[in-house]
Every structure is written in structure tokens, then in C-alpha cells.
Ligand binder design. Structure first.
Ligand code: PLP
Length: 369
């Protein structure tokens, strides 16, 4: 076989997702492992979403509503915008891909923070864009001034992640407005708010309202984190209607399944579940912080449901050691932090188990196997 692959595709490092529990258990024989690697909701899916899924199973012989009318309307009302400002997708990853497909051609430039969510750079590179990765500032926050200085006539997209994955830092509204004022309106700014529900910082930027659909700006939200539906794949973008119309031209006609539409609509109604999730995360963050303090480890305080821990050794080594204890975390080597791991907040018992496993591993008693 002689495949002709464009060199910009050949050059892509594949995205490495968090290790699935089933895979670990298959490989190691461990049966009660826990996963704190993918920022998922420890409470599971919203019960209202589960009930909605049950109710729609008997109509699965039908195609979904390609316009996702019911879900789109709910999302619009929830955010105080018009349905014409909302595009739903197969996860927010799908909206990222649609934006790149609609706006980028080979040779276009796309600005991303580094480190941040890797899908921005991967998706842009797959379209032949030149990716300008702008390092975070020393406080691990996004350097908006440096990102603005990077803009050229070929820049089509800028991705911001607020709170940023993996550092948990946020952008303030005033810094964001100053940033937007510096940009030519040929650039579309994407604010990925996958974790915005968890942010407590009083000046934290939150976009997606009526004031945010009148300039070239997109808000990304997902049902994968606070809403507990990562396996179902639903996310959305809020944007000017003219841009939504372009994205609707380039998306698959049925990009969100009927089950996903029904579950997401029910999950949006279940704000009590979201509040329970947020309360758990905030309560357990304190437990994790103090446990790590007792172990003498440095960590980075977060505005999200995950955070970085400096482990003072190669992250991959600690990852392997914790794996043998049945605890899956994420090595941050691929994100430029070779001695950091990232964990998300789990259930009370999971967090306690993580701290115990970490102590065992760090004091050497866990290295026997
Ligand atoms: C998890 C995550 C998402 C969500 O992606 P989906 O495709 O909606 O599951 C988006 N952005 C960031 C930064 C994330 O960490």
C-alpha cells in the first residue's frame, strides 16, 4: 500500500485520552480501580437524563431531529440568547472541528495557549493550519497580551480555555474585553468554558450571554463534565447567528444522536444535580489540598474540578506506580509538565483512596510489585 498523506497530517501527535478503567482492569487483573484522569463527573449521569434516555429508546428506529430543535431552544433560553445563536455538536470537540472546517484553510494561522486542551492544536494542524502556541505566563494563566501580539493577517482563530485545562486558571472579564478590543474582526475568538460551572473566582469571565453574540466570538460548553454525560457526546457553541449559519452548512446533518439530544435537554433541566456536583467538588478539593499538604507536595489551586500536583519525579513513573494500586491519574508530560500529574476530584472515598495510594507509593511501600 502506498498512501499519500499530507505532511501536515503525518506530523500530528495523536491525542492520548485518559486510560479507560476497563483497559486497566483487563491488563492488571485489578477489579476495584478508580479513575481520576479525565475530569469526569464522579456522581455519574444526572438521574433525569437517565430517565429521558429510557423514554426515547423505543423510537430509535427514527433519525434524530437534525436541527435539534428542542435542545437548541432550551440551551438558548438557558443562556438568554436566540436559538439562531446556538449550534449543538457531538461533544464540544465537534464544534471545534466545525469552526476549523469553516474558517481555516492550509496556511491559515490559529493561536492556542500552551499548555492547554490539546484538541485545539490537533484539529487546526489536521486542516493544514500553522499553529502559534503561546506559553502561559509564570502564574500559569493565559498570556492574552502575548496572544494578541501573535495575530497576523492570516490568523483565523484564537482558542482560549477558561478555566484552563490543565492549569485551572481563569481569565477576568476586564482582561478579556481589553484583549478583544485589540483584535481585528477577521479573527474569531473561541472561549472554551468546559469547566465554567466550577469557577468561583469573583472576576472570572463567563461568556455566552446576549453581549457575546454581537462580535466574532464563540462560547463552547459541554455536557461532558458538570452535567455528567461524557460518554454520550454533547456540547454546544454560542456565536453570532451568521457564524452559526456557516457551521450548520459544514456539519453532518445528524451530528447529535436522538438519545444524546433527549438526555442533554433533561440534564439542562436538572440544575439541582449540577449544584450537587459543584458542592461535592468544592468540598472535596479542600480534603485533597490538605491531604497533599500533609504529604509535603506542592499543587496548583484550581477554579475547575481538576488540578496539577507537582510530584518531584517523572510523572510517568508515578503514573505506573499508582496504576498498580488501581488508581488512574493523568501524566502531564505531554502538556509540558514532566513532573506533574493531573487529577480530577472524585467521590469522597475515591479521593481518600488516591491520597492513601499516593502515600504508599511515595514512601516506597507500594513498589513491591
Ligand atoms: C473535557 C473538555 C472538553 C469537552 O469535550 P467534549 O467533546 O464536549 O467531551 C472541551 N474542552 C476542554 C478544555 C475539556 O477539558
Amino acid at each position: 500500500m502506498k498512501l499519500t498523506i499530507p505532511d501536515y497530517i503525518q506530523a500530528i501527535d495523536p491525542y492520548v485520552p485518559g486510560k479507560p478503567l476497563e483497559e486497566l482492569e483487563r491488563e492488571s487483573g485489578i477489579t476495584d480501580s478508580i479513575k481520576l484522569a479525565s475530569n469526569e463527573n464522579p456522581l455519574g449521569p444526572s438521574p433525569m437524563a437517565l430517565a429521558a434516555i429510557q423514554r426515547c429508546l423505543s423510537t430509535l428506529h427514527r433519525y434524530p431531529d437534525g436541527a435539534a430543535h428542542h435542545l437548541t431552544g432550551k440551551i438558548a433560553r438557558f443562556n438568554g440568547v436566540s436559538a439562531a445563536n446556538v449550534v449543538v455538536g457531538n461533544g464540544s470537540d465537534d464544534i471545534i472541528a466545525l469552526l476549523v472546517r469553516a474558517l481555516v484553510r492550509p496556511g491559515s494561522r490559529v493561536i492556542v495557549p500552551r499548555p492547554s486542551f490539546l484538541m485545539y492544536a490537533i484539529t487546526a494542524a489536521a486542516a493544514g493550519a500553522v499553529v502559534d502556541a503561546v506559553p502561559l505566563d509564570p502564574s500559569l494563566a493565559m498570556d492574552l497580551d502575548a496572544m494578541a501580539r501573535c495575530v497576523t493577517a492570516d490568523t483565523r482563530l484564537i482558542f482560549l480555555c477558561n478555566p484552563n485545562n490543565p492549569t485551572g486558571t481563569v481569565v477576568t472579564r476586564s482582561d478579556f474585553d481589553r484583549f478583544m478590543d485589540q483584535l481585528p474582526d477577521t479573527v474569531v475568538v473561541v472561549v472554551d468554558e468546559a469547566y465554567i460551572e466550577f469557577a468561583r473566582h469573583s472576576d472570572c469571565l463567563k461568556t455566552g450571554g446576549p453581549q457575546d453574540v454581537i462580535r466574532p466570538q464563540v462560547t463552547l460548553r459541554t455536557f461532558s463534565k458538570a452535567y455528567g454525560l461524557a460518554g454520550l457526546r454533547v456540547g454546544y457553541g454560542i456565536m453570532p447567528a451568521a457564524l452559526a449559519e456557516v457551521l450548520n452548512r459544514v456539519r453532518q446533518p445528524f451530528n447529535v444522536s436522538a438519545v444524546a439530544q433527549a438526555a442533554a435537554a433533561a440534564a439542562l433541566d436538572d440544575q439541582a444535580f449540577v449544584r450537587r456536583t459543584i458542592a461535592l467538588v468544592h468540598r472535596e478539593l479542600e480534603v485533597l489540598y490538605s491531604g497533599l499538604g500533609r504529604l509535603g507536595l506542592n499543587y496548583f489551586k484550581t477554579e475547575a474540578n481538576f488540578f496539577l500536583i507537582e510530584v518531584g519525579m517523572p510523572a510517568q513513573t508515578l503514573f505506573d506506580d499508582l496504576l498498580r494500586q488501581g488508581v488512574i491519574v493523568r501524566s502531564m508530560k505531554a502538556y509540558g509538565f514532566p513532573t506533574c500529574i493531573r487529577i480530577n476530584v472524585g467521590l469522597e472515598a475515591e479521593n481518600r483512596r488516591f491520597l492513601q495510594a499516593l502515600e504508599t507509593v511515595l514512601t516506597g511501600t507500594g513498589r513491591s510489585s
